[in-house]
Ligand binder design. Structure first.
Ligand SMILES: Cc1cc2nc3c(=O)[nH]c(=O)nc-3n(C[C@H](O)[C@H](O)[C@H](O)COP(=O)(O)O)c2cc1C
Length: 191
């Protein structure tokens, strides 16, 4: 496909509060010990709950872990293969479970061999992170963790599919890092 993007992209005017928020969101790997209010956390969940999904199937359930005892049990489940040591300082954890859709929604959510639930959950996770950023919270999505252990701690049935968890806390360092991303002309085709 012929790409009509000029070789050098003209600068985009980035004076948009939403783009600013997108730029400020970054994976936080250093949390302070400041507790997070329930109201702040519920706003994070609300943002995720409002996310779009295929046929509005909403293939998710959220578990908000806010009790310090439970956070201290669950956070280490993401410290696998010597990574994610920062999780020990997380103040709250939002688990996003992928739930089996009802039959009609399930059929509708798998169209043309496309299975949309994973993407839907990714959108919900991003919405949660953006809400966290907007409220001055740091967030980090964690994909690799000891799922059986978390199911055991929370007494969840074996078949519970925990897609991601999001570690939350106020950042120790609020400096915004430069983003490492493909350039616009590598990422976009305009026809
Ligand atoms: C599904 C998923 C899993 C991730 N797992 C981890 C993780 O285990 N540890 C970590 O430090 N960051 C994790 N991240 C964060 C990514 O490394 C990060 O989003 C990416 O490097 C871009 O950086 P930024 O979020 O700061 O913009 C994960 C992100 C996603 C979307």
């Amino acid at each position: 496909m012929q790409n009509t993007i000029p070789a050098v992209m003209p600068a985009i005017d980035q004076t948009s509060p939403f783009l600013e928020l997108c730029g400020q969101r970054q994976s936080c790997r250093s949390f302070s010990d400041q507790p997070i209010s329930r109201e702040t956390l519920l706003r994070v969940v609300e943002a995720a709950r409002l996310a779009p999904s295929a046929c509005n199937s909403q293939p998710w359930r959220f578990i908000l872990v806010e009790s310090p005892e439970k956070v201290a049990q669950i956070a280490p489940c993401g410290q696998v293969m010597g990574i994610n040591g920062f999780l020990k300082d997380a103040q709250a954890i939002l688990l996003i479970l992928e739930t089996p859709a009802k039959l009609a929604k399930m059929i509708a959510s798998v169209i043309d061999g496309q299975y949309f639930a994973k993407g839907d959950i990714g959108g919900a996770a991003l919405a949660a992170c953006l809400s966290a950023t907007e409220q001055g919270l740091g967030s980090c999505i964690i994909g690799l963790f000891d799922r059986p252990k978390i199911r055991e701690i929370l007494d969840l049935p074996d078949e519970t599919d925990i897609a991601y968890f999001i570690a939350l806390g106020y950042p120790k360092n609020t400096a915004v890092r430069a983003k490492s991303r493909k350039s616009l002309d590598e990422s976009l085709t305009i026809v």
